[in-house]
Design a protein around this ligand. Structure first.
Ligand SMILES: Cc1cc2nc3c(=O)[nH]c(=O)nc-3n(C[C@H](O)[C@H](O)[C@H](O)COP(=O)(O)OP(=O)(O)OC[C@H]3O[C@@H](n4cnc5c(N)ncnc54)[C@H](O)[C@@H]3O)c2cc1C
Length: 284
């Protein structure tokens, strides 16, 4: 399949990216790893007259960990996330999730910025970013601003980012306690039918705090405060996990597609969430 004709831009400065976005408006789109965008263009589901490649733009890479705060440049690839030792010990849930994305070829190119910016309900990083309460930094004609991942997603492929803004980095406090990223997919390399990100702190044999988000069970990722609240103060016994699952099921809104009917997805969401909570508790 061949995409429609487009002009290819390869700027080196973020200011030039913004200028191009302002000049061409809805006719322009930035490209990071291209592993979501290029398939859409080839399938003619996206027609983009001006493609702005971010590969040579300075200042968008790098992983930093300072005073317990982690910052990932937008162009950090999933491969880099998997292979960064400091990140693997400071925030192991990222490595666990990145290893479940697609295959090594996609992970060499696919970036954290592209995965988070895309707004595809099937992407794994948005739910995870909500679980760890990440902040998304954007730059546009008016300067930079920061948006909580929990406020960023509005609908499928619709986010808080304006057309002339570029996602430049993502930052979050190093998560504490036990973690789990559990994902059910139809086959190796597939998007999630359901996935759960859980970060859980145990104190004195009870759940002190927990954050839970799920992927591909609504048109946006779902961070459920109620699901977490159902576990706090408990010994994470089966009744507590059942209550957390019930709370999450009240928050998700899956639709039928080639990954299954609604009843199956709701059943699966419960299984995946129970597994993730149990593993996070065991590791905490
Ligand atoms: C076979 C296959 C299987 C896959 N399986 C999974 C999976 O299981 N889980 C998963 O999460 N993903 C999966 N993906 C998608 C993959 O992870 C993508 O690489 C990722 O979603 C997008 O990252 P990218 O860097 O390639 O972004 P691109 O494709 O370049 O861009 C995606 C979108 O984000 C926008 N964008 C990119 N970077 C920025 C930025 N810095 N600022 C503003 N907007 C930006 C683009 O304009 C575009 O609209 C799969 C892809 C393939 C081809």
């Amino acid at each position: 399949m061949i995409p429609a004709a487009f002009d290819y831009h390869r700027p080196t400065k973020v200011e030039d990216v913004i200028a191009l976005l302002e000049e061409h408006g809805d006719d322009a789109r930035v490209m990071a790893g291209g592993h979501s965008l290029i398939p859409m263009m080839k399938l003619r589901m996206a027609d983009i007259p001006h493609l702005i490649d971010l590969q040579d733009v300075g200042g968008l890479g790098g992983i930093s960990i300072e005073s317990g705060r982690i910052k990932l440049g937008a162009m950090v690839t999933q491969h880099e996330i998997i292979n960064h030792d400091g990140l693997a010990s400071a925030a192991p849930i990222l490595r666990e999730a990145a290893l479940q994305i697609a295959d090594p070829q996609v992970r060499y190119m696919g970036t954290i910025g592209g995965n988070v910016a895309n707004g595809d309900p099937g992407n794994d990083m948005p739910g995870l970013m909500q679980c760890i309460d990440a902040q998304i930094e954007l730059i546009g004609p008016g300067g930079t601003r920061s948006v909580a991942a929990r406020d960023y997603y509005e609908a499928a492929y619709m986010t808080d980012r304006e057309d002339d803004e570029v996602l430049i980095s993502i930052s979050f406090a190093a998560p504490s306690g036990g973690h789990a990223y559990e994902k059910q997919k139809r086959k190796i390399g597939d998007y999630a039918t359901a996935a759960a990100a859980v970060q859980l702190v145990k104190d004195d044999g009870k759940v002190a705090s927990v954050s839970i988000a799920m992927t591909n069970l609504s048109d946006v990722p779902v961070w459920s405060e109620a699901a977490g609240a159902a576990l706090v103060g408990t010994t994470c016994d089966s009744a507590a996990i059942k209550a957390a699952v019930s709370a999450m099921l009240a928050d998700i809104d899956p639709s039928e597609d080639n990954r299954g009917p609604v009843a199956f997805k709701r059943h699966l969401a419960g299984i995946i969430l129970s597994r993730a909570v149990t593993r996070a508790w065991d590791r905490a």
